[in-house]
Design a protein around this ligand. Structure first.
Ligand code: FES
Ligand code: FES
Length: 161
């Protein structure tokens, strides 16, 4: 077993993991942060996207020991302490960007990373950025709309589709 310490959503967290423990497993099973979903464990679905040192990462593609000393942000850290949703989360709610919600944590974390590097993405850029995030319910349309809205852009054009 290996001891790891990382800052998760601004709070220092430690644990003891096997070398093979994935970051997704440590977050869920070690820290109880089950908002990071695991849909495949093979880097296909994007449900497990978190930010590691500010960069979007599929948490099933990284060992927990590789995140030792890093700053990790998960879906649990996105809303305010009083539960107020952040801009992206609120936009997903307002524009019906989720149905079952399984993909949503990864979608929100990917959207946050996109808007950080590209605050006003085009519809095509949003769709391109989300190619690693799979959704089985929504058909993506309302997810794209939500991200457009979260970026402060007019959604009328795609809303008419
Ligand atoms: S669980 Fe990580 S990509 Fe599917
Ligand atoms: S809302 Fe169900 S998988 Fe995306």
């Amino acid at each position: 077993m290996v001891d790891v310490t990382m800052t998760v959503n601004g709070v220092s967290k430690s644990g003891s993991v096997e070398g093979r423990t994935l970051l997704s497993g440590f977050l869920r099973d070690g820290l109880g942060l089950t908002g990071t979903h695991v849909g495949c464990d093979t880097s296909q679905c994007g449900a497990c996207v978190v930010h590691v040192d500010g960069v979007a990462v599929k948490a099933c593609t990284m060992f927990a020991v590789e995140a030792d000393g890093a700053s990790v942000d998960t879906i649990e850290g996105q809303a305010d302490a009083d539960g107020t949703l952040n801009t992206i989360q609120q936009a997903f709610q307002d524009h019906h960007g989720l149905q079952c919600g399984f993909c949503t944590p990864g979608m929100v974390m990917s959207a946050a990373a996109l808007l950080k590097e590209n605050p006003k993405p085009s519809e095509a850029e949003i769709r391109d950025y989300l190619e690693g995030n799979l959704c089985r319910c929504t058909g993506y349309h309302n997810i794209v709309k939500a991200i457009m809205a979260a970026s402060g852009q007019d959604v009328a054009a795609i809303a008419a589709e």
